[in-house]
Each structure stands twice: as structure tokens, then as C-alpha cells.
Write a protein that binds this ligand. Structure first.
Ligand code: PGA
Length: 245
């Protein structure tokens, strides 16, 4: 697998627990954007094969919303890298705040998943971000530093196959996106930590949290924002087309 360009411009859609087989097919009948961005869509597991089939002759890339780092074993409810490879999924989203909040994902387990999957040739999108209490308590920088220190490694960063999504938890699904200034400030903090701990800050960092067609362009205009991770607005093929074009 070839590694990605540094600071590649990527717009990703995270469908979360939405769109089964029928809706996936209907979606791709309508989603035929002409985009200069790399587009990655993360459907639920059950719809991956359908999404891959529907995007076969397009540039759209498809990935899973999570995966285990081990190739097989007694891990009920988990999906492995080889299973994803077999159906043609090349990306995995890791450490989303909903995985952290509802399913006990920790920085260390994100790192273990990432290291296992990197060795199997996946492109990884790793999510970090502070919650409302942390932001209001002035702890954003410290929280990002700890997440970066504990979930990443120099090998991961230097692989050319890892990008980050900065997703402030208070902005996810709330309609309250970070302002471009807040996003830019956090992305600068993230790059400073990447440089300090791993000597490499030249990776793609996407912003996520209540991105819409209305706010996407000003967020993308920020110098340190390389792309977007879109939840709710990616569920509608027409809205998502507006964001990526
Ligand atoms: P949202 O979700 O765009 O609906 O806020 C973003 C995400 O959780 O990735």
C-alpha cells in the first residue's frame, strides 16, 4: 500500500449507526461529487461491502468506523483487519469520542489498535479532542497533549498512513461548531505536540464537529486545517456533495 501525501486534503464522512444496505445503495445513486479532496466514507460494518461495490469505479474510499489490532481471536463483537482487507476496505477510523465515551476506548487501546492495523497496511484516522468541561476549565491544550502522547507513536506518525481528526466533543452533534479561530488554534497546538514528541508535524489534521455546507468553507480556509470529518451532514448525499465541492 502506498503511503499518503503529507497534509493531504481529505474530507471524510462518518455515518455512525446509520444507513443499512438499501439506504447505502440509494445514497451512492445520488452522491457523485466532482471533488478535489480525497473523500473517505465510514459506513457501519454491515454496509461496507455495499458501499465498496457502489463506489468501485470512483475515487471515493471506504473505511470502517473501528477495528481490532489483532488479526483474529476471542474478541466477541470485534472485526479484524484481514476481514476488512478481504472486502476491500482500506481505512479505519479509531478513537472516536463516541467509542471513548460509551465503549471504554482509552488512549492506550487506540494506540494498540493503530499499531496492529498499521502493520496490516491500513490508512488510519485517529480522533482526539477535549470535552466541554475541559475546554471551559482551560485544559484543552493539556488534554490534547496527553491524547497525542498516549495514543500515537513516532512509527505511526512517520508511516505516512496516519492522519488525525480534531473533534472537540462539545461540537459533535450539537450544532455548535468550533469557530475557525478555535479550530486553527487547536490545530496549531496539536502540531506543536506532534513536533515535540515525535519530530513530525506534517500530517493531515482534519476538523470535525457540526460541520455543515454553511461553515465548511471557512473551516477549510484555516491554514492548519487540512480537511474535515463530517457526521450528521454526511448522511445526506446532497449536503455532503456541497461540502466536498
Ligand atoms: P457531527 O459529527 O458532524 O454530526 O457533529 C462529527 C463526528 O462525530 O465525526
Amino acid at each position: 500500500m502506498t503511503s499518503r501525501n503529507s497534509r493531504e486534503r481529505i474530507i471524510a464522512g462518518n455515518w455512525k449507526m446509520n444507513h443499512g444496505l438499501k439506504e447505502t445503495e440509494e445514497y451512492f445513486n445520488k452522491f457523485k461529487p466532482d471533488s478535489s479532496f480525497t473523500i473517505v466514507i465510514f459506513p457501519p460494518y454491515i454496509s461496507l461491502t455495499k458501499a465498496i461495490e457502489c463506489t468501485k469505479n470512483t475515487e471515493i474510499e471506504i473505511g470502517a468506523q473501528n477495528a481490532h489490532g489483532s488479526v483474529k481471536g476471542a474478541f466477541t463483537g470485534e472485526i479484524s483487519g484481514p476481514m476488512l482487507k478481504e472486502i476491500g476496505a482500506n481505512w479505519v477510523l479509531l478513537g472516536h469520542s463516541e467509542r471513548r465515551q460509551h465503549f471504554g476506548e482509552k488512549n492506550a487501546s487506540v494506540k494498540a489498535r493503530a499499531e496492529g492495523l498499521l502493520g496490516q497496511g491500513f490508512h488510519l484516522m485517529i480522533c482526539i479532542g477535549e470535552n466541554k468541561v475541559e475546554r471551559e476549565g482551560g485544559k484543552t491544550n493539556a488534554v490534547l497533549e496527553k491524547q497525542i502522547q498516549e495514543s500515537l507513536s513516532a512509527d505511526l506518525l512517520n508511516s505516512g498512513n496516519v492522519c488525525l481528526a480534531y473533534e472537540p466533543v462539545w461540537a459533535i452533534g450539537t450544532g455548535l461548531n468550533a469557530t475557525p479561530a478555535q479550530a486553527e488554534e487547536a490545530h496549531q497546538m496539536i502540531r506543536a505536540h506532534l513536533k515535540k514528541y515525535f519530530g513530525n508535524d506534517q500530517i493531515s489534521i482534519l476538523y470535525g464537529g457540526s460541520v455543515t455546507p454553511e461553515n465548511s468553507k471557512e473551516l477549510l480556509a484555516c491554514q492548519n486545517v487540512d480537511g474535515l470529518l463530517v457526521g450528521g451532514a454526511s448522511l445526506d448525499p446532497l449536503k455532503f456533495s456541497e461540502i466536498v465541492t
